[in-house]
Design a protein around this ligand. Structure first.
Ligand SMILES: Nc1ncnc2c1ncn2[C@@H]1O[C@H](COP(=O)(O)OP(=O)(O)OP(=O)(O)O)[C@@H](O)[C@H]1O
Ligand SMILES: [Mg+2]
Length: 288
């Protein structure tokens, strides 16, 4: 379908290591968050959707195009904004020149319209005051925002953002949430993160990847719900808990099977995710 991204049995291996293991999933307009531990296959999956690497097996349809063909990749790239996990910069470029350079690669011809667009995306990420500074002189979080800005050029129909909020300060994360809330009205936004509060605040859908496989698809609320009745606090650590950690007030938050009379608390997306990730016998759950 033209308005969707669909993956059927998609696989990618690096030598004997299977990074993405027969994934079936689709992404519709809205914001989908990809959660999973380090090495789960999030970046590999996003790189395949963004036509950076080819799948080894399975079938993909991205906005009605086949990324395994040259013409399909070209059509997808024309409608794509992509933020790599580790973007490379020309450090001697200013933020403006860098984003302008990307906009030229994206076939923006008319100079005035192009420069207006470059200024628009840089102001969306709050960088207008420093856009003529060399990228090498910007802070890490500011560089991240330059990279986000280039992904937003031309308001693409498909936005693939690999850890966009890593390194952003709280104010910028809020700004980013607002920005994506707007983009997610029309575009298909796929983002990865390790911050479950971003998922709760930003995403209408969450996909959990564990060891290259989809282990959960549903709303952030559904993921939190999975830990309902399984999260409790107590003054001391209970050895029977699957996960336990000390929280701000000095009490201990536990996830697992609570003892009788435990002080149950309302679970968060993080609780649901931790429980899912800890569950060794986990099977595919949830519905889109
Ligand atoms: N180019 C590569 N060559 C060899 N192995 C790779 C390559 N890229 C990824 N891998 C391996 O594939 C697996 C999945 O990696 P990937 O980067 O997709 O994980 P991730 O979920 O994005 O992790 P993180 O949260 O750390 O970013 C890992 O075991 C990784 O070592
Ligand atoms: Mg990654």
């Amino acid at each position: 379908m033209t308005g969707q991204v669909t993956l059927h049995g998609v696989t990618k291996a690096f030598g004997s290591l299977v990074a993405v293991d027969g994934i079936d999933v689709d992404f519709a307009p809205g914001v989908t968050g990809l959660l999973g531990p380090n090495g789960a296959g999030k970046t590999t999956l996003m790189r395949m959707v963004a036509t950076v690497v080819a799948a080894d097996g399975g079938h993909m349809d991205v906005l009605g195009h086949d990324p395994s063909t040259g013409s399909g990749r070209l059509e997808i790239r024309r409608q794509l904004g992509y933020l790599p996990q580790e973007p490379g910069f020309h450090r001697n470029f200013s933020a403006f020149d860098f984003v302008d350079y990307i906009s030229i690669l994206k076939e923006w011809g008319d100079r005035n319209a192009r420069h207006d667009e470059v200024r628009r995306v840089l102001s969306l990420v709050g960088l207008e005051a420093v856009m003529h500074k060399n990228i090498g002189r910007l802070s890490g979080g500011m560089r991240r925002r330059v990279a986000i800005a280039q992904a937003l050029l031309g308001s693409p129909r498909l936005l693939v953002l690999d850890e966009p909020t890593a390194g952003l300060d709280p104010e910028q994360r809020l700004l980013f949430r607002e920005l994506l809330g707007t983009a997610g009205h029309d575009a298909i936004v796929l983002l990865s993160t390790h911050q479950t509060d971003d998922v709760a605040a930003l995403c209408n859908r969450v996909v959990v990847l564990l060891a290259g496989r989809v282990r959960f698809v549903g709303s952030p609320g559904d993921l939190a719900q999975r830990a309902d009745g399984r999260v409790w606090t107590a003054a001391t650590r209970d050895a029977r808990a699957e996960v336990a950690w000390v929280i701000g007030d000095g009490s201990v938050r536990h996830i697992g099977t609570p003892p009788a009379g435990a002080q149950l608390v309302v679970p968060t997306v993080e609780d649901g995710y931790l429980l899912l990730a800890r569950d060794a016998d986990v099977s595919v759950v949830g519905q889109s």
